[in-house]
Design a protein around this ligand. Structure first.
Ligand SMILES: [Zn+2]
Length: 182
């Protein structure tokens, strides 16, 4: 998800019509509504796309989920995603050093894959369709890295590097939407 980006300043509630429109266009929102979001994923990611952000505050990685993201299932997914980025940042001398290294598509893909993997695991546990959701997330990673031409490789890496939690094979998951709590 967003690295050091946000829809409006300081985590304030989103009020602009642009932000609202972008929120409606979020692939995740479309996904949860049962509509695949490949159209949204085919343009480069822009700042307003990110409902969750992790950024540096006084040397520490701090995450925020936008206040207008009200779906608790989505919030749980975003929390899992941003928690991975916070952990990634701790492996560097400073949060700023971590962020400063995110300069290439390859590097962005490397940090987003595990974050989206964590998000995917939560989504699947909530009852999301595993294969479609994985492809959707892979395309978002590719868009976010600015390298949509790599999206099929990202899908392959996602399949190889991101396994369902133990005991949650894909067939079992499809019939066991645990965590669905609307
Ligand atoms: Zn991310």
């Amino acid at each position: 998800m967003g690295m050091a980006v946000e829809c409006s300043g300081g985590g304030a509630p989103v009020t602009g019509s642009t932000c609202r429109m972008v929120l409606l266009a979020l692939p995740l929102a479309l996904l949860l509504a049962g509509i695949a979001g490949p159209l949204a994923a085919q343009r480069p990611a822009v700042l307003d796309d990110f409902p969750g952000i992790t950024r540096c505050e006084r040397g520490r990685a701090v995450s925020r989920i936008r206040a207008d993201v009200r779906d608790s299932l989505v919030r749980a997914q975003l929390e899992a995603h941003e928690a991975v980025h916070r952990a990634q940042a701790t492996a560097f001398p400073s949060c700023e050093a971590f962020m400063a290294g995110l300069t290439t598509a390859r590097r962005i893909i490397d940090v987003e894959l595990p974050a989206y993997c964590a998000q995917w695991r939560v989504a699947v546990a909530q009852g999301a369709e595993p294969v479609e959701t994985r492809r959707e997330f892979a395309w978002r990673i590719a868009a976010q890295s600015g390298a949509m031409e790599n999206r099929l490789q990202v899908v392959q890496r996602f399949e190889q590097e991101c396994q369902p939690p133990p005991g949650q094979g894909q067939a079992a998951v499809a019939n066991d939407p645990t965590g669905a709590g609307h």
